[in-house]
Design a binder for this molecule. Structure first.
Ligand SMILES: Cc1cc2nc3c(=O)[nH]c(=O)nc-3n(C[C@H](O)[C@H](O)[C@H](O)COP(=O)(O)O)c2cc1C
Length: 143
């Protein structure tokens, strides 16, 4: 058995995504991820996506290949890929987080910085942020 890996990337939505569009996206994503043992979280904020995928390397490859061919987003930038000892999002076939409150400038600034300079420190912070928001946080909606 090969080990687990995690992959983090960022992208920009090509158009407005209504709640129904997100629902449709998640429904398909979760179904495929569940059947391939992929877990993770997807943040949609300010027209951007930040997603972490975890699973077997081949499952991640296949998943990310499909994601990269998806016209609903563009400027898909892989930020980090590495082996992991244990999954951080094992209970979520794809947790979804979006802001339900006022614009959060700290998050916007952080995403800008992450895209410009994905250092090991900012990448780790990003995964921790995703985990914190996935677990539930004020002004953020997770489902
Ligand atoms: C931001 C974003 C995140 C996505 N996340 C996943 C995912 O985690 N798993 C997945 O199977 N598909 C995900 N998709 C959907 C895939 O890009 C693709 O539409 C789906 O796998 C169907 O691929 P196919 O049309 O080549 O069969 C995501 C799409 C977007 C835009």
């Amino acid at each position: 058995m090969s080990g687990l890996q995690c992959l983090l990337y960022m992208s920009r939505a090509t158009g407005e995504m209504a709640p129904a569009d997100i629902d449709r996206l998640l429904e398909g994503a979760r179904q495929r991820n569940r059947s391939r043992g992929v877990t993770g979280a997807l943040l949609h904020y300010d027209g951007r996506f930040l997603q972490v995928l975890e699973g077997e390397p081949e499952a991640i490859d296949q998943c990310f290949e499909r994601i990269q061919g998806d016209r609903r987003h563009e400027r898909i930038t892989p930020l980090y890929r590495a082996p992991i000892e244990v999954a951080r999002f094992p209970e979520w076939s794809m947790r979804y987080v979006s802001s339900s409150g006022p614009a959060d400038r700290a998050v916007s600034a952080f995403l800008d910085q992450l895209q410009a300079q994905p250092t090991e420190a900012t990448v780790k912070q990003a995964i921790t942020l995703l985990h914190r928001l996935a677990a539930g946080s004020a002004h953020w909606q997770a489902r």
